[in-house]
Design a binder for this molecule. Structure first.
Ligand code: TMP
Length: 239
């Protein structure tokens, strides 16, 4: 399968058409941004890790009944995926207070919730991806009510599967962001990526941050943290 016309270049990935109109090739870059592109940098090796990690996690999720866009890994940085039209919502699930939740509500980072929370942001760079009430997403016709119900239940199921998996790797899944898309027949499937760019991952014993917060907060050791997460995933996947 060959890359044809580039369709899109985002902050962390490029997307190409293929000779099959239902399939696209995603290429992962080492570029990192934070705070809606205000902070920029490079995380060496990130593209390779995020590609391979996301693919393995998506395969695990599809075994657990979550449909995903993943088709086949083509190279270290490239994956063949199903073409979808993206629902312009970032779906965020949280188990523990951190990031914008802690900031917005003045809650100490690390406060553990009794139950996971779900929230949406409107995927719109010009507006800075604002938090969006579910009714507002429906009013904006970003998705139907039935699609929203499906997205929410998929997101909670993803949380269960990934929390269990990361726990087995000695990692606590603090929170994460998902994106969903529609196939031509209207089916909703999981798209985008699942990686240390899109999840908060803390060492279960020490609490050490092993995700993109090391870049966002200038904590250092960013590359090592991504590699550490990948090593733990691989040893667990092979076990
Ligand atoms: P937040 O606490 O900054 O709202 O982030 C919640 C989760 O979503 C966290 O795991 C990081 C992830 N995330 C993205 O994947 N992309 C983004 O643009 C933002 C702001 C957060």
């Amino acid at each position: 399968m060959e890359k044809l016309q580039q369709l899109y270049e985002g902050k962390a990935k490029k997307v190409f058409e293929t000779d099959d109109p239902t399939l696209l090739i995603v290429e992962y870059k080492d570029d990192a941004t934070a705070f809606n592109g205000e902070k920029r940098g490079t995380i060496r090796g990130k593209g390779v890790i995020n590609n391979q990690m996301s693919n393995r996690l998506m395969q695990r999720l599809s075994q657990q009944g979550i449909p995903t866009h993943y088709v086949r890994e083509l190279s270290e940085r490239e994956t063949l995926v199903k073409r979808v039209s993206i629902v312009p919502l970032e779906v965020i699930v949280r188990n523990i207070a951190a990031g914008s939740f802690s900031k917005r509500y003045g809650v100490t980072e690390g406060t553990v919730f009794d139950e996971p929370t779900e929230e949406f942001s409107y995927k719109n760079d010009a507006l800075g991806d604002p938090l969006m009430a579910p009714d507002h997403a429906l009013a904006m016709k970003l998705c139907t009510r039935a699609e929203m119900d499906k997205i929410r239940s998929f997101a909670l199921k993803v949380n269960e599967v990934l929390s269990d998996f990361w726990r087995s790797c000695g990692i606590t899944l603090v929170d994460f962001k998902l994106e969903f898309g529609r196939l031509d027949d209207g089916e909703i499937i999981l798209a985008d990526e699942i990686s240390p760019d899109t999840c908060r991952l803390w060492d279960s014993v020490t609490g050490k941050k092993l995700d993109k917060d090391r870049f966002r907060q200038d904590l250092g050791g960013v590359e090592d943290a991504y590699a550490e997460v990948m090593d733990r995933l691989l040893s667990q996947d092979e076990a």
